[in-house]
Design a protein around this ligand. Structure first.
Ligand code: AHG
Ligand code: MN
Ligand code: MN
Ligand code: MN
Length: 335
């Protein structure tokens, strides 16, 4: 059986599509690959090493940081700082952005925003978690210190985005604006191999993912949509199936493959929504659109057109199969 292409080979092959490619993106992906393999190893023996449970500190989100949140943040930060092509990062686990080149040449052309460990509440119960990343060219001049403006770019300026899902297998799924491709880690070789070429999200689906515990406080349009999902209607194969894993990466990955919609509307404890625009919604929205899906924060409001004003700002999030997002959009418009 022919060896499937590794991620490294795939990137080199695709480089011909970017004649002016400097290899910088290749270098960034090499850092992401390395850090995700280290995380894969820790997660796969989480119960045997002191990597589960709370770290005893709170992050800027007001969440109890888990040991693996901090471990993942450090590994990705170190790996991304090592190559000189990234001038700084922003992270769910960092209050402010981190300038990698304090006092040095400031030659890094890219910034990376990340959720180093998505689905932290699942770590201790052995349910799949992920890492989400979003890559932009810096907007501030080379040679100058990186600025907050470099991180507050709209999602439609992303040059690349992706996630790693640490599930029954570990996969890296990413886009550079030319479709979405998925790679599965072969732990025996330590390489990511192309397993899901040109991923397309089904334009319709029968799975909806939402934390129904928040139902009472959902906006009326969301309540109506959830009731719509639960009604009997043979022609539209309803009632749909409800699946909610509790990590965005896992729910999105299943919906990307099978078709479906993920919703995190405003809720009592999250009046602006829970998910963070810069390092959860924008990268997932980029992948969704590149795979033929759709992502909005409100009717006629694509996620990637939102102009960020704060690093950790939150937004309502509706992402998935286009026909399903269109349907919830109708209910949101009606109110
Ligand atoms: P994180 O673990 O990075 O803080 O993200 C958790 C997010 C997302 O992954 C998940 O879908 C959602 O929070 C779950 O929120 P609820 O537990 O409120 O449903
Ligand atoms: Mn968190
Ligand atoms: Mn997250
Ligand atoms: Mn997180």
């Amino acid at each position: 059986m022919e060896m499937t292409k590794t991620l490294g080979e795939f990137i080199i092959d695709r480089q011909t599509e970017y004649p002016n490619a400097t290899g910088a993106l290749t270098s960034i992906f090499s850092s992401i690959r390395l850090a995700s393999k280290v995380l894969h190893r820790q997660i796969n023996k989480a119960g045997l090493v002191d990597i589960t449970g709370a770290a005893g500190a709170e992050n800027i989100q007001g969440e109890q940081q888990q040991k693996l949140d901090i471990f993942a943040n450090e590994k990705f930060k170190t790996a991304l700082a090592a190559r000189g092509v990234v001038c700084g990062i922003a992270s769910e686990e960092e209050d402010k952005y981190v300038n990698f080149e304090e006092g040095n040449t400031q030659e890094g052309e890219y910034v990376v925003l990340m959720d180093p460990l998505d689905g932290s509440s699942n770590i201790d119960v052995n349910v799949s978690v992920g890492t989400i990343f979003s890559i932009y060219r810096r907007v501030s001049p080379l040679g100058q210190p990186v600025t907050e403006a470099d991180f507050l770019q709209p999602g439609n300026k992303q040059v690349a985005a992706g996630y790693v899902i640490y599930g029954s297998s570990t996969m890296l799924v990413y886009t550079t604006g030319n479709g979405v491709n998925g790679f599965t880690l072969d732990p025996s070789l330590g390489v990511f191999c192309l397993s899901h070429p040109d991923m397309q999200m089904p334009e319709d689906g029968k799975i909806y993912s939402v934390n129904e515990g928040n139902y009472i406080n959902f906006p009326t349009g969301v309540k109506k949509y959830i009731k719509y999902c639960q009604e009997e209607d043979e022609a539209t194969q309803r009632p749909y199936t409800s699946r909610y894993i509790g990590s965005l990466v896992s729910d999105f990955h299943r919906n990307l493959i099978k078709g479906g919609i993920y919703l995190y509307p405003t809720a009592r404890s999250y009046p602006k929504g829970k998910l963070r625009l810069l390092y959860e919604c924008n990268p997932i929205a980029f992948l969704a659109e590149q795979a033929g899906g759709k992502a909005i924060s409100a009717p006629d409001q694509p996620i990637m057109d939102l102009k960020p004003s704060e690093l950790h700002e939150r937004t309502p999030f509706f992402v998935g199969s286009t026909k399903m997002v269109n349907k919830v959009e109708e209910f949101l418009r009606e109110g």
